[in-house]
Ligand binder design. Structure first.
Ligand code: NAG
Ligand code: NAG
Ligand code: NAG
Ligand code: NAG
Ligand code: NAG
Ligand code: NAG
Length: 403
């Protein structure tokens, strides 16, 4: 049941992409003077397009600036001809055209999202990237039960996490980045089957919930928020899917849990610009797909182990601005293997551009015990080589690109 609904969505999704392409072509070859506004009133339209007409007209009422004239042809009943509005055959009746997509990316429109958007019940995707929409997401969006992609990134939305998105049963791609949402992320967010979760560059605060659900995401980007707290060991619940984990500048503290090494599909791990202490969990040496590892600008200590430096796909390993005090042999010569390596501003005795002795001893005199630390993996179970024991045949599946 759920999976057939999913494949239906994928279908709509592909269909829309085709449609987008063909519409672009026809737009290139048609001339706007073909429009005869008076004729619109005689075009028979179905009730769902009529609902869409009401919604889009209500929207136009609360658009106060549209510098590129995206909405200047939003009049008349032919909503399928509006710029940025895409129609497709309905899922339940292929003979009925419905509004299946809204794409106003880079329109720089200023305005609000009105309650009437709840009338666009056939929408599969909403792309509003790079506009000046403000206010909050209306609760009526819970009506959009077919919505698959929601990208409202780079706008001026405010308020708490827009919990209405949690009620959307088929949402797959959620992009809230570069807005002004604040407060905690709801724990339910992590139990959703989204493929991508982008919440970076907001004002979210609370710690990452300790009991992360069994996520399905391949990309999780939390960067540039004020989470605080630690990366919880339950991050391991994303092991089956997670390929990119970006936690840059999220006020994380504590030790990295060894469970990071369970994320055996990981290609990118970036925890830079936090307050992370303690050593690099050795379990990371099992991440056979890891290409980018960025630990820079933390307070990490201890040894940089050979197992990590000899990861088979490592391309860029940045550990500058920490307090590491030893590198095993292979690590000292990574650049000869064409790996980008930056170990400046640590406490490495034989290396140039390191911290002063005084600075180092101030930190190294107080060793961190990750097992005593609340978030340091105090369970006593060491991450060890579990990751290496997991199947190493991850498909080379890149996350969908979104324009
Ligand atoms: C938008 O329309 C207005 C009024 O018709 C016109 O002055 C302006 O140049 C148009 N802007 C763009 C970017 O086409
Ligand atoms: C949409 O515009 C095209 C020409 O650009 C026209 O041929 C077509 O009839 C219009 N559709 C509707 C439903 O009015
Ligand atoms: C939700 O959709 C139904 C049609 O499916 C419509 O009748 C109703 O008014 C919508 N609710 C809102 C709040 O827009
Ligand atoms: C770090 O995140 C904060 C928000 O929590 C932001 O104000 C700051 O600009 C970010 N720093 C960098 C270097 O991006
Ligand atoms: C290596 O990673 C660091 C940190 O993410 C980045 O600043 C740098 O540009 C990367 N270098 C290359 C050549 O990719
Ligand atoms: C680094 O590796 C290269 C080739 O793998 C080797 O020729 C060179 O002597 C090594 N340098 C050090 C300092 O180990």
């Amino acid at each position: 049941m759920a999976s057939s609904a999913n494949s239906a969505c994928v279908l709509v999704f592909l269909l829309l992409h085709l449609l987008f392409a063909s519409k672009t072509f026809s737009a290139m070859h048609s001339h706007s003077s073909i429009h005869h506004p008076h004729r619109h009133h005689h075009t028979p339209i179905n009730s769902r397009l009529h609902q869409a007409y009401i919604a889009l007209q209500a929207w136009k009422q609360v658009i106060y600036s549209d510098p590129f004239n995206f909405t200047s042809n939003w009049f008349g009943l032919s909503v399928c001809n509006y710029t940025g509005v895409y129609c497709a055959p309905s899922l339940d009746d292929p003979k009925v055209q419905v509004v299946a997509g809204i794409d106003l990316n880079f329109a720089n429109i200023a305005g609000f999202l009105p309650d009437e958007l709840g009338l666009l019940t056939d929408l599969a995707l909403i792309h509003l990237n790079s506009n000046r929409f403000c206010g909050i997401l209306p609760m009526t969006l819970q009506n959009l039960t077919l919505l698959y992609e929601l990208d409202i990134s780079n706008n001026r939305f405010v308020g708490p996490f827009p919990s209405v998105v949690l009620s959307l049963p088929t949402l797959y791609y959620l992009d809230l980045r570069f807005n002004e949402f604040e407060g905690p992320l709801p724990p339910q967010l992590f139990a959703k089957t989204y493929d991508a979760i982008f919440v970076n560059n907001n004002l979210f605060t609370s710690v990452i919930p300790p009991n992360l659900g069994k996520g399905r995401a391949s990309v999780v980007v939390f960067a540039n928020n004020k989470f605080g707290g630690c990366l919880p060991p339950s991050i391991a619940n994303f092991a089956e899917t997670l390929q990119e984990l970006l936690l840059i500048n999220t006020s994380l503290s504590g030790c990295l849990p060894p469970e990071v090494g369970f994320l055996y599909k990981l290609r990118v791990l970036d925890v830079s610009n936090n307050n992370i202490v303690g050593p690099i969990p050795y379990s990371i040496a099992g991440l056979a797909h890891l290409e980018q590892l960025n630990l820079a600008h933390n307070m990490m200590t201890g040894l940089v182990a050979e197992g990590i430096c000899s990861l088979p796909n490592l391309a860029n390993f940045t550990l500058s601005y920490n307090y590491f005090c030893e590198e095993e042999r292979i690590c000292q010569n990574l650049t000869s293997k064409a790996i980008v390596f930056d170990d400046r501003w640590n406490c490495l005795p034989e290396k140039p551009q390191q911290r002063s002795k005084k600075e180092c001893s101030a930190v190294l005199e107080h060793p961190v015990d990750c097992f005593e630390h609340p978030c340091g993996g105090g369970s006593g179970s060491s991450g060890g080589f579990v990751a290496a024991a997991m199947p190493a045949t991850a498909p080379a599946f890149a996350p969908a690109s979104h324009s």
